[in-house]
Design a protein around this ligand. Structure first.
Ligand code: F6R
Length: 620
């Protein structure tokens, strides 16, 4: 959701900024802009609506913009429509569009300033004029206001602004009096700084700068950064300098490239065996599950009387699957709550409650808010997060990292699978400690878990059949995904994968629920996809599918090898390898991901960047 980049060094900035913005495209955007400056000359601002190539064309791929210091932005509209005037950068002076600007402050912003209305009125009273509908223009002008009023340096002007604004933000600013420098600040929105010899990079996410450096600083909440070629200094809200540790990024730079695949999503689907294997290998040592890296001791597990899982979107679907697994294995109450609803529930949380927050990005605003509330109410918190150093990872009491590597496609696949594997391993360990499985069962479950990556590989080998089938359903209007128990949790994810990238309306239903209303929507050729992996529920779900068939539905079933009776009841069957039924979601989800992917491709859509969506949702 909005992407920020910055560069100050010895090279021409604009091509580097454009390259960084390209790598942040997955975050979602509708317009883009650059501000670049050569030494003491005026800053030049260029903006374009629509895809990034419009901005690249306007600037001859950045070559027509001289200067070695600059900031860039991709905007995902929140305040004001996606237009040239609302595109960033915004300036403190009287200018709204592209060109050389006299302004003292030029800036870009990611996040939402909640009190921008009242701040705008204040600034209007002080003679500022506004050209856009954005909250960003208000922040840039507020910084300018304090900068001039108190004749203080940029860091102090920014900290005064931070004290005054409410909301979330990552800001990158350039000041006319400080050539070759960029100032940055953040609260609850991601922003990282990369350093290299004679250069500093700034970005919303690691893939934007991975090509140039692996040494990264994570600016803390309510901290300010002052960046000049080769030098990054950090300050707290009092303006006092603070020392931050450098983190070395271990991701392979190629991991953030398409590597020969047509889309990131397809590449990431194929990376699932590795993502799951790496995640499991980090938790399973010498035949035992070891959660000590996450700080989860046997003592903590023994103390738990309930578990609450909270997350958004697909991560919430992982929570739904984990709920069935943990309840069944550990016999402990598990509740799953959408993070955006968490605060509206009066849940009894205490020191015997473990609140698990699942998030790929570690920056999802609703999940972060739920985490903070859970901590406030005295629960123990565990974050299951993919992005190292992200806000949720830093704020949770305990962190269990998934090792999926960078996920670029907006629709999650490998991070989902890695989260699922991590929580399955967590459930098995809890079951052992709580004494609900024997040592022998524990050993067997670990073996089954370790077999999952190869089995995902086998599901992927069958992808041509799904490609063929998706060409048949590309014109569907409605698709229903049904299942019972764990199969229902998988249906939820299958349905989301389908609708978010193919724009075909789809719904997931607990199979037994269809007859309570939804079955009236079934008509001739409506596709109903049944997930049929839980042996004690297969017959019942098949019966529900038959009810749909007799009303004209076309049926597809996903089931495990050996359940050949399914083939007699449905029109198209997909088989997945057998495994312990607790862990089958990791396999059953793969054909559903492929189905969504190929349907989107067949419909000629932008698979990796579906309309209106952002990879990292940093607003509530
Ligand atoms: C769907 C998808 C989203 C995310 C959700 C949470 O394919 O990717 O539903 O799962 O926005 O994001 P994270 O996991 O970053 O908190």
């Amino acid at each position: 959701m909005c992407g920020i980049v910055g560069y100050t060094g010895k090279k021409q900035a604009a091509p580097i900024l454009l390259d960084g913005l390209r790598r942040l495209e997955y975050r979602g955007y509708d317009s883009a802009g650059l501000a670049v400056r050569a030494g003491n000359s005026l800053t030049e601002v260029v903006k374009a609506t629509g895809k990034l190539y419009h901005l690249a064309d306007k600037t001859d791929q950045g070559r027509s913009l001289p200067g070695t210091c600059g900031i860039g932005h991709t905007r995902w509209a929140t305040h004001g429509d996606p237009s040239l005037i609302n595109a960033h950068p915004h300036v403190s002076g009287n200018c709204s569009g592209s060109g050389k600007v006299e302004s003292d402050v030029v800036g870009v912003h990611n996040g939402i300033i909640e009190n921008y209305g009242e701040l705008k009125e204040k600034l209007l009273r002080h003679g500022y004029q506004f050209y856009s509908d954005t909250d960003t223009e208000v922040v840039v002008k507020l910084v300018d206001y304090y900068y001039k009023k108190y004749r203080i340096g940029p860091v102090d002007a920014i900290t005064r602004t931070m004290v005054r604004v409410r909301g979330s933000y990552a800001l990158a600013l350039m000041f006319k009096d400080y050539p070759e420098e960029i100032f940055a600040a953040r609260k609850d929105s991601p922003l990282i700084i990369g350093t290299a010899e004679n250069a500093v990079y700034l970005a919303s996410d690691v893939p934007a700068i991975l090509k140039y450096t692996r040494s990264v600083y994570y600016i803390g909440n309510l901290q300010v950064a002052r960046l000049s070629p080769g030098c990054a200094k950090f300050f707290d809200l009092n303006g006092d300098e603070v020392a931050l540790p450098v983190t070395e990024i271990t991701w392979d730079a190629e991991a953030a490239e398409k590597g020969g695949y047509e889309h990131f999503m397809l590449k990431e689907i194929h990376e699932q065996p590795a993502a799951v294997r790496d995640t499991l290998n980090s938790l399973i040592k010498e035949g035992r599950i070891d959660l000590t890296a996450a700080g989860i001791t046997d003592e903590i597990i023994r103390s738990l009387s309930q578990i609450v899982i909270t997350a958004c979107g697909s991560a919430w679907h992982v929570g739904m699957a984990a709920q069935y697994v943990i309840e069944d294995m550990v016999e402990i109450p598990v509740r799953v709550e959408l993070a955006s609803e968490f605060r509206y529930r009066s849940m009894p949380l205490n020191e015997n409650t473990l609140v698990i927050v699942i998030s790929q990005s570690g920056e999802t605003a609703d999940s972060l808010a739920a985490l903070r509330l859970a901590k406030e109410r005295g629960a123990i918190t565990l974050a299951v997060v993919n992005v190292v150093g992200s806000t949720i990872a830093r704020e949770a009491d305990h962190v269990l990292y998934t090792l999926a590597g960078p996920e670029i496609a907006v629709a999650t696949t490998k991070a989902y699978s890695a989260q699922l594997a991590a929580l399955d391993a967590f459930a098995v360990q809890m079951a052992l400690v709580k004494g609900t499985v024997s040592r022998e069962q524990y050993g067997h479950m670990i073996e089954e878990l370790l077999g999952i990556p190869d089995k995902i590989g086998r599901v992927l080998e069958d992808k041509e059949r799904l490609q063929w089938f998706s060409s048949k359903i590309a014109n569907a209007h409605d698709i229903f995904f049904i299942g019972r128990g764990l199969d229902y949790a998988i249906s939820l994810e299958g349905s989301l994968k389908m609708k978010e990238i193919s724009y075909i309306h789809s719904e997931a239903y607990a199979a037994g629920e269809l007859k309570h209303g939804t079955i009236s929507l079934i008509e001739k050729n409506t596709l109903v996809i049944g997930v049929l992996t839980q042996s004690r529920m297969i017959e019942k779900t098949i019966a529900n599918m038959a009810e749909c068939k007799s009303r004209g539905a076309y049926l597809m079933g996903i089931t495990t090898n050996g359940n050949f009776a399914v083939e007699d009841s449905v029109n198209f069957t997909v088989y997945i390898p057998k495994t312990d039924e607790h862990f089958v979601s990791s396999l059953a989800v793969v054909p559903l991901q492929l189905l969504g992917y190929y349907t989107s491709v067949n419909r000629g859509l932008d698979v990796d960047k579906p309309r209106n969506l952002a990879k990292s949702v940093t607003v509530e």
